[in-house]
Design a binder for this molecule. Structure first.
Ligand SMILES: *Cc1c(COP(=O)(O)O)cnc(C)c1O
Length: 359
């Protein structure tokens, strides 16, 4: 890896003050990693260099046809002051799959992880210290061939940036969701399984509609039968049936149109470890409404790298409004959240070997 250190890197006091501000995506670390690919030579040697703007020809493919993918992952401060990454191999694998779907080059998993480790090591001072805080890492790749012809690009640029993420979780506030029956996120054969910017571009109008309904997030239902619950905004969904030791923790099945979340996958294991039954199911909007009405569904939460676990309270749709758990975070929701955060921060035994030590 080529290393060109940022001569204008923030001094420790300035950096610590920015990290202490909390928030998300407001400040970026001193460095970034870039790595170029072209059809003839493959991947270049990656370069770690000063964070900053890049210059691209206006006819660059990504601006016109949206050939772009990304990942989201986190580095967590450990009790010994070190830093650990949570399941970076899973992000590397998914990044390669997304690349494949968007006709971009697959980046070898070792190269992907090498770039992430290099950036986290270099900018380790930007990793917050408190539980619930972390360094959010954003790898992305886009088509850089210049020209307006519609074809898979013969050039691509991989970039890696990072931003401190504060603890923005407010346990007293559950997320309110708008179940969209007007717009569709993904259909069979489409890009729903890939982490690509285009999926988000197509979702923003529904996000706007949700806000107009007084909701924080959109819940997507399937494209074909228009009744099966898929996911929420940029997070997967979980439902708790029953309570106490007999509770079952369920999540919509991966049908090919849902994004296979790494947090979702981890919670299937964590819930089992905590003694709950787990199931991947087809869950309809009617099941949701009736389950809440009968009291069978006791808790709902969304999960993803950014927020880890967020309780879901009110669900609003064209068919009516129904509220779970009085709009308060459920017990099992919080238990799962705390357990996963405990593993990530190194205070709970990492029996699945999910953490990868960086320093
Ligand atoms: C990234 C993402 C998720 C969550 O995936 P994690 O790996 O858990 O962060 C869920 N849904 C969508 C649409 C996403 O883009």
């Amino acid at each position: 890896m080529k290393i060109s250190l940022n001569p204008q890197a923030k001094d420790a006091a300035t950096r610590d003050a920015l990290v202490a501000e909390g928030g998300f995506g407001k400040y970026y670390t001193d460095h970034m990693v870039v790595c170029e690919w072209n059809e003839k030579d493959g991947w270049s040697e990656p370069e770690l260099k000063a964070y900053g703007p890049i210059s691209l020809d206006p006819a660059t493919a990504v601006f016109h046809y949206g050939q772009e993918i990304f990942e989201g992952m986190k580095a967590y401060r450990q009790p010994d002051g070190g830093i650990g990454l949570f399941r970076p191999e899973a992000n590397a694998r998914r990044f390669a799959k997304s690349a494949n779907r968007l006709a971009l080059p697959e980046m070898p998993e070792e190269l992907f992880i090498q770039t992430v480790e290099a950036l986290v090591k270099q900018d380790a001072g930007w990793v917050p210290n408190k539980v619930g805080e972390s360094l959010y890492i954003r790898p992305f790749m886009f088509a850089t061939e210049v020209g307006l012809g519609v074809r898979p690009s013969n050039k691509a640029l991989y970039m890696l940036i990072a931003t401190p993420a504060g603890a923005y979780f407010d346990p007293s506030k559950a997320v309110n969701v708008w179940i969209s029956t007007e717009y569709v996120r993904a259909a069979q054969g489409g890009t729903g399984e890939a982490k690509c910017g285009g999926n988000y571009a197509a979702s923003l109008v529904a996000q706007k509609a949700a806000a107009k309904e007084g909701c924080d997030q959109v819940v997507w239902i399937d494209a074909k039968e228009r009744k099966w619950v898929e996911e929420m905004g940029g997070m997967n969904l979980y439902f708790v049936k029953g309570s106490g030791a007999d509770a079952t923790v369920i999540t919509p099945k991966l049908t090919g149109t849902l994004l296979p979340g790494i947090t979702r996958d981890s919670i299937l294991s964590v819930a089992k470890d905590l003694g709950y039954k787990t199931e991947e199911v087809m869950l309809s909007i009617d099941n949701w409404r009736d389950g809440v009405a009968s009291g069978e569904i006791t808790e709902i939460f969304a999960c993803g790298t950014a927020a880890v676990v967020s309780p879901v309270g009110t669900a609003k749709s064209a068919m009516g409004t129904w509220v779970t758990g009085g709009g308060q975070p459920g017990k099992i929701t919080m238990q799962i959240r705390n357990h996963l955060l405990g593993i990530q921060h190194g205070s709970i035994n990492d029996t699945h070997k999910w953490m990868r030590k960086v320093i």
